[in-house]
Design a protein around this ligand. Structure first.
Ligand SMILES: [Zn+2]
Length: 287
C-alpha cells in the first residue's frame, strides 16, 4: 500500500504463541522508502522474503534496488528476514548500537529473551554494517535523508526514524497499544520516548509496526491513548500493591495482569515489574 509520495507499507501476517503456548495470529508492518534506490524499515519474520519480492514486483521494483535496511530494534519479528534480505540484495544493515549483539548472534538473544516461536521467526544472524545513535542522519540519495531518534522503553535498542520529505515517522514497537499486551522493559523510558515523539514537528503519517499508517489527528491520538493506557496500568499496579501488601512480586504481577485481562507471559510480567521500580511515575505521566 502506497502511503505517501515515497513510502509503501506491507502488512505481514505470522503466527506466534500466546498463553499456554496456544498459537496466536499476529502481524508486523514493513516499510519501503522508494527513491532511485530503496531503503527498507525492518525485514519482518524469517519466511517474509517471498512476500517482499512479490510486493516489490507489484510496484515495478526489484530486490536488487534495496541498498539499505534499517532496524527499529532487534526483536525476532523485525529482524527475522534480515540475513535473507542482505543475501538477496547486497544491502547494508543499520541498527542501534545496543541492537547489534542480538542481530549478529540470534542464539545470544534467545538465551537472554527466549520466546516459544523464536527460531520460526528468525533463523539466521546478520552482520550490522552501520551502528546508529540518536540524532544520526542517514543519507538516502537525491538529497533525501532519514533522521534517527533513540526511543527506548519497549527495548533499550528501540529507535524511530523520521523521513522528513514526506513527514513519515516510523516507530516500530515504541508505542504500546492501548488495551493490548503491555510489552516494555522500562516504563519510565517508554513515557519519555512518547513525549519525545509528541514533540516532533512535521509528522503527517505515523507508521508503527502494530497499526495501519495513521494520518491527521489520529497520529497524536495514538500517542495520547498509549500514555493513558500506561497511566491506567500504573493505577492498577499502585492499587493492587496497596490492597495486597503481603503479595510477592510475581503474585502481584499476575493479579494485575488478571485485572487487565492480559496473559501472564514472561515478557508481559516484566512490563508490570517495571512499574514497581518507579514510584515517581505519576510525575512523569502528569507532565
Ligand atoms: Zn519488539
Amino acid at each position: 500500500m502506497k502511503i505517501s509520495d515515497h513510502v509503501h507499507a506491507l502488512k505481514l501476517p505470522f503466527q506466534s504463541t500466546g498463553d499456554e503456548n496456544r498459537p496466536v495470529e499476529r502481524f508486523v508492518h514493513l516499510y519501503f522508502i522508494c527513491g532511485r534506490r530503496i531503503c527498507m524499515v525492518d525485514s519482518g519474520v524469517a519466511p517474509a522474503l517471498n512476500d517482499i519480492l512479490a510486493y516489490l514486483s507489484q510496484i515495478g521494483r526489484s530486490v536488487a534496488e534495496i541498498d539499505l535496511l534499517v532496524q527499529t530494534h532487534s526483536h525476532p519479528d523485525h529482524i527475522g528476514c534480515s540475513r535473507a534480505l542482505k543475501d538477496a540484495s547486497g544491502c547494508r544493515l543499520a541498527a542501534h548500537r545496543d541492537a547489534k549483539p542480538w542481530i549478529e548472534d540470534i542464539d545470544l538473544q534467545y538465551q537472554k529473551r527466549p520466546t516459544g516461536t523464536f527460531y520460526a521467526l528468525v533463523s539466521r544472524s546478520a552482520a550490522v554494517d552501520t551502528v546508529l545513535s540518536d540524532g544520526d542522519i542517514l543519507p538516502l540519495g537525491e538529497g533525501r535523508s532519514l533522521t534517527v531518534l533513540h526511543t527506548p522503553g519497549h527495548s533499550r535498542d528501540s529507535i524511530s526514524f523520521f523521513y522528513r520529505p514526506d513527514g513519515v515517522l516510523f516507530t516500530g514497537d515504541t508505542i504500546p497499544e492501548a488495551g493490548g499486551r503491555p510489552v516494555y522493559e522500562d516504563v519510565s523510558a517508554v513515557i519519555r520516548s512518547l513525549r519525545k515523539l509528541e514533540g516532533l514537528k512535521g509528522v503527517k503519517v505515523l507508521c508503527s509496526a502494530w497499526h495501519l499508517p495513521l494520518t491527521g489527528d489520529r497520529a497524536p491520538a495514538l500517542l495520547a491513548e498509549a500514555l493513558g493506557y500506561i497511566q491506567h496500568i500504573h493505577q492498577v499496579v499502585t492499587r493492587t500493591r496497596s490492597d495486597f501488601p503481603s503479595l510477592d512480586t510475581p503474585a502481584l504481577c499476575r493479579r494485575v495482569l488478571a485485572h487487565l485481562d492480559q496473559p501472564p507471559l514472561p515478557n508481559v510480567i516484566k512490563s508490570i515489574e517495571s512499574h514497581l521500580n518507579f514510584s515517581r511515575l505519576d510525575d512523569l505521566l502528569k507532565r
